[in-house]
Design a protein around this ligand. Structure first.
Ligand code: FMN
Length: 186
């Protein structure tokens, strides 16, 4: 396995080093090449750095997630557009997740980190973005930046500032038509 997969994790401490326009362009370029049903590309990324919309993005993030969003140089929302995709609406979120993952792995390759945040004030997010829930699905917020110093976090959060473990692949990958392991012939 390429190290990019295990090197990616979701830190809570971000440094104040900015993400450059060139880096951002590379991340969106990576997202651009994600697969989607019939190449519909149903993803929309909304983001801000230190510009006029920064306060609006920060307001949308739920209280719990504030520590690792207000300190990140880039904050954003990832949106899918099921309302525009006809029968492909069924996989619009799947496709959008693929684009987000491409974005995230490109970030890892550039030494940057992404922290996804499903915890947002959803109604406020629709209100502030002007998106229509009939045609757009606001999925998640994200923080993006360089890893910061865990010492800047509260003591409780410092203890959680580590990559997390995973269940083994054998728990979710089955060489079978059904997810139930085939009875062994032994
Ligand atoms: C759809 C989605 C929503 C998430 N929402 C939150 C969130 O609201 N707050 C948070 O701190 N992390 C959130 N995360 C990050 C996960 O908790 C994290 O990816 C998971 O614990 C695995 O840790 P790792 O990314 O460090 O490997 C979210 C991740 C995903 C994919």
């Amino acid at each position: 396995m390429n190290s990019v997969f295990a090197d990616r994790w979701s830190p809570r401490a971000f440094s104040d080093e900015p993400v450059t326009d060139e880096q951002l362009a590379a991340l969106f370029e990576a997202a651009r090449w994600a697969p989607s049903w019939m190449n519909n590309q149903p993803w929309v990324f909304l983001y801000e750095t230190d510009g006029p919309d920064r306060a609006g993005f920060e307001e949308i993030i739920s209280e719990f997630n504030k520590p690792w969003s207000t300190n990140a140089p880039v904050i954003g929302l990832i949106v899918s557009r099921p309302g525009l995709e006809g029968f492909m609406a069924r996989t619009a979120e799947f496709d959008t997740g693929a684009a987000m993952m491409s974005f995230t792995h490109q970030a890892t390759m550039l030494g940057l980190y992404v922290h996804l945040m499903g915890g947002i004030e959803l109604e406020l997010a629709y209100d502030k973005t002007g998106l229509d829930p009939e045609t757009a699905n606001i999925l998640c917020a994200f923080s993006l930046g360089h890893m910061g110093d865990p010492a800047d976090l509260s003591e409780k959060l410092q203890g959680r500032e580590n990559p997390s473990d995973r269940m083994p692949a054998s728990a979710f990958a089955f060489k079978s038509l059904t997810p139930n392991p085939r009875p062994s012939n032994d």
